[in-house]
Design a protein around this ligand. Structure first.
Ligand SMILES: Cc1cc2nc3c(=O)[nH]c(=O)nc-3n(C[C@H](O)[C@H](O)[C@H](O)COP(=O)(O)OP(=O)(O)OC[C@H]3O[C@@H](n4cnc5c(N)ncnc54)[C@H](O)[C@@H]3O)c2cc1C
Length: 471
């Protein structure tokens, strides 16, 4: 059996890794020069950094087992500290009752509680949008302070035209009452937003995928870098081959695709007009990361900060010195990563590197977080199509595309932009695992159902310092 996997990010690399355990004719084609996709680790100024903050967390036993199989003992449990920066103040995130109260001040806190009370008596009825969903759960004032500005920076659209799916997936069952309970009695560890430790490989997040690639090559398969796939060729709703950008065509029995769904569909030879139209209506948001090398060691304690303040264009700020010491080794500086979000058509996406670095320097100094420390270097990394935009109505459009692609039996569509799911690594890993199982064992896992909302139907577990702990 010959299988082609498109993309060497967590989804594609996991599929390739799992397939290589049973068959040798596995080829993973990656457009870029290294593996790991958005979860790769790169070298910068003699240190290692990820593409923005990348913590690994899953409660699914299958995913955790696989992660440990690859990473072995070469990881640390990192205590998570993440805060929100809003109007010159730092709020713990996940929100801690007393800390929030202290930072908000009595008057603002009374306002928040009052609006929360109003919501309980007369709840917002339309909870189909992000704004409605969050207001209904937290009240209008808390929504404005803790959710609105950051969410609008991230998605570039008003929260009242953002689908509630984003809130439902990312905020889960987190409620103000539970946050208060957690503040008073400790964290039950039940909800994702309350997780305060994560597993992190010594060699950076990307080490997982580098090891998977080495395994594929060792098993007789191939991970081909700088090998962009142009299109998948189907005949009578069956995949027959893959065409590369240099025009070469190769035949396969199965194709696993994690290339952007919009691009993949637009280049399929037999697509009906309504499917094409639906795919074209799906939008992605891009990220620009500005890395700055700050000449100091102890700047601020967070792994990353959410920058809610409207006077800053950046949305998130990562401090790579607070992950594991193996990342910075003997260096005495701190690499900070500032994240900016935009669309393809925005002028900002076309800014040159120097202009972006200048903006980053100015904004980082403005936060007061680096004091008088000097910034010795800057570097820019652009990530196109990294956030599938859950605009209102996206679900109906995606369903049309899903239904069509599901009819192509030997095509397996996975991944964050591959399947238009707002995946973290764990979901992409699971998609890759289940795609491999469908190919090898003929199982019928519905890969479209996997996203942050899927229910674990196997045992759940957590990774601890000593390995896997069953729950
Ligand atoms: C800033 C940022 C922070 C994040 N933080 C976290 C976090 O803390 N925790 C977490 O778990 N997840 C995090 N994520 C999400 C995580 O990076 C993704 O879920 C994961 O990388 C998705 O894996 P994937 O394989 O689905 O897609 P990708 O990682 O995007 O991989 C797809 C691969 O396909 C390749 N490709 C595309 N087109 C072609 C083509 N035509 N031919 C060949 N190859 C192609 C790409 O080059 C890429 O390597 C974060 C993402 C970002 C952007």
């Amino acid at each position: 059996m010959k299988v082609a996997v498109i993309g060497a990010g967590p989804a594609g690399m996991t599929a390739g890794y799992q397939l290589s355990k049973s068959i040798s004719d596995v080829e993973v084609f990656e457009a870029g020069a290294s593996v790991g996709g958005m979860a790769k680790t790169i070298e910068l100024w003699n240190q290692k950094v990820d593409i923005g903050p990348h913590r690994f967390f899953s409660s699914d036993n299958r995913i955790n087992e696989l992660w440990l199989e690859v990473v072995g003992k070469d990881y640390e449990m990192v205590d998570r500290l993440t805060r929100i920066y809003y109007n010159g103040k730092f709020f713990h995130y996940p929100i801690k009752g007393m800390d929030a109260l202290k930072n908000l001040g009595l008057w603002e806190a009374v306002k928040c509680v009052s609006y929360y009370g109003v919501e309980k008596i007369n709840p917002t009825k339309d909870i189909s949008t992000f704004e409605g969903w969050v207001t209904n759960r937290f009240g209008k004032r808390l929504y404005q302070i803790f959710f609105k500005t950051y969410t609008e920076k991230l998605w570039g659209i008003p929260c009242n035209v953002l689908d509630a799916d984003f809130a439902a997936q990312r905020i889960k069952k987190f409620s103000l009452g539970e946050a208060m309970k957690a503040a008073l009695f400790g964290n039950s560890g039940k909800h994702k937003t309350l997780v305060d430790q994560f597993a992190y490989p010594h060699g950076g997040t990307g080490e997982v995928y580098e090891r998977m690639a080495a395994f594929v090559n060792k098993q007789g398969g191939r991970v081909a870098l700088k090998s962009p796939v142009h299109r998948i060729i189907t005949k009578n709703k069956k995949v027959v081959a893959v065409e590369f950008q240099d025009g070469i065509v190769k035949e396969y029995d199965h194709v696993v695709s994690s290339m952007p769904i919009t691009q993949m569909v637009s280049r399929l030879p037999e697509v009906p007009a309504n499917v094409l139209e639906a795919a074209q209506s799906l939008k992605f948001r891009n990220t620009i990361i500005v890395y700055l090398n700050v000449e100091a060691k102890d700047l601020f304690p967070d792994n990353w900060l959410y920058m809610h303040s409207n006077d800053l264009r950046m949305g998130r700020l990562t401090n790579f010195r607070n992950w594991v010491p193996q990342l910075y080794g003997n260096e005495n500086s701190t690499i900070c990563a500032l994240e900016y979000w935009c669309y393809d058509e925005d002028e900002f996406w076309k800014w040159d590197d120097q202009k972006l670095i200048d903006l980053g320097k100015e904004e980082l100094k403005k936060t007061g977080l680096i004091g008088n420390s000097s910034i010795s270097a800057g570097s820019v990394y652009r990530i196109p199509k990294c956030y599938p935009v859950y605009g209102t109505g996206y679900k109906e459009k995606l369903k049309i595309v899903e239904d069509y692609l599901s009819g192509i039996e030997n095509l397996h569509v996975i991944g964050r932009y591959g399947a238009f799911k707002y995946n973290n690594q764990d979901h992409s890993i699971l998609m890759g695992m289940l795609a491999a199982e469908n190919i090898l064992k003929g199982t019928k896992h519905n890969l479209w159902e996997i996203n942050t909302d899927y229910d674990n139907y196997q045992e759940s577990s957590v990774i601890t310092k000593t390995g896997l702990q069953k729950k």
